[in-house]
Design a protein around this ligand. Structure first.
Ligand SMILES: Nc1ncnc2c1ncn2[C@@H]1O[C@H](COP(=O)(O)OP(=O)(O)OP(=O)(O)O)[C@@H](O)[C@H]1O
Ligand SMILES: [Mg+2]
Length: 260
């Protein structure tokens, strides 16, 4: 479904993706791991066709995704419906006067029938647990509620590829549990980013790990990665801090994982 080949991406001041290559098959659930600033969000923006690689190429269903390709109206409409991105910060996605309008927005853009839109909005609002907020302005909701509104606004489009940037960052333990179950049952291709190692294994079997140097340093079984101390250290996903056992104080590497 996706093929990324030798992708490089640079902002004005720095290169934040270097020689990134991988493929994702339809139906796979992939987790992208890496420390703050390693390039996870940038990579999802490339996959969503919001920014374009300065070197290398990105193919979606065999089509090369370029700025020019997305100017083709018919292709743009298809791509925007099939590939959706849940932004790391929900505030950057919310701009409609009510939650209802927020969820309906994408379908209205696609020119869907009013009645169909109403059915879909209510169905997803109910499924995601935000039905009671439908008439409220999104800005007044809590961080977790906003994240759920954003999620519903993507799911109404019935996309094929979902790109989820730190989807649980604002969720409490109960909502996180719900989200993990939801993701597990979701019959779609999903690429999720996180730096929460404990949750990562719940979000997919395959992990792609970005280093601080913005290259892929691991692509494979996530559980295998989490057991590989040297790789964890290379990715800087473990840290050292002091802690106490009774009167004894010492330091060693920590992941704060259940098996730590
Ligand atoms: N619009 C931008 N202009 C310039 N630099 C940017 C821009 N967006 C991100 N960066 C830089 O690119 C690097 C990678 O950012 P990115 O947001 O992709 O990292 P990330 O892995 O998602 O981090 P986090 O875990 O904090 O979300 C960072 O050093 C960041 O400062
Ligand atoms: Mg990010």
């Amino acid at each position: 479904m996706i093929s990324i080949k030798n992708v490089k991406y640079s902002y004005e001041t720095a290169t934040v993706l270097r020689d990134v290559s991988f493929q994702v098959k339809k139906g796979e659930k992939v987790v992208i791991l890496g420390v703050n600033g390693s390039g996870k969000s940038t990579l999802l923006k490339v996959l969503n066709g919001l920014i374009f690689p300065s070197e290398g190429e990105y193919l979606y269903k065999g089509e090369r995704i370029t700025e020019k390709k997305l100017k083709d109206k018919a292709f743009n409409k298809k791509f925007r419906k099939e590939v959706v991105l849940l932004f790391q910060s929900p505030d950057s996605m919310l701009f409609n006067p009510t939650v209802y309008d927020e969820i309906a927005f994408g379908l209205r853009q696609l020119g869907e029938d009013k009645k169909v839109i109403d059915e879909k909005v209510r169905y997803w609002a109910d499924k995601i647990g935000i039905y009671r907020h439908l008439d409220k302005p999104p800005f007044n909701l809590s961080g977790g509620e906003k994240q759920k509104v954003c999620l519903a606004s993507l799911l109404v489009l019935e996309p094929e590829l979902m790109l989820l940037d730190e989807p649980t960052s604002n969720l409490d333990p109960r909502s996180t549990g719900w989200f993990i179950d939801f993701l597990y049952e979701l019959d779609k291709t999903v690429i999720t980013t996180t730096h929460n190692l404990g949750l990562a294994v719940e979000m997919g079997e395959r992990g792609i790990v970005l280093s601080e140097n913005h290259t892929v340093i691991y692509d494979g079984c996530l559980k295998g990665f989490l057991k590989d101390r040297d790789k964890l250290i290379e990715a800087n996903l473990v840290h050292i801090h002091k802690h106490r056992h009774g009167k004894v104080e010492h330091s060693h590497y920590h992941t704060h994982l259940f098996f730590d």
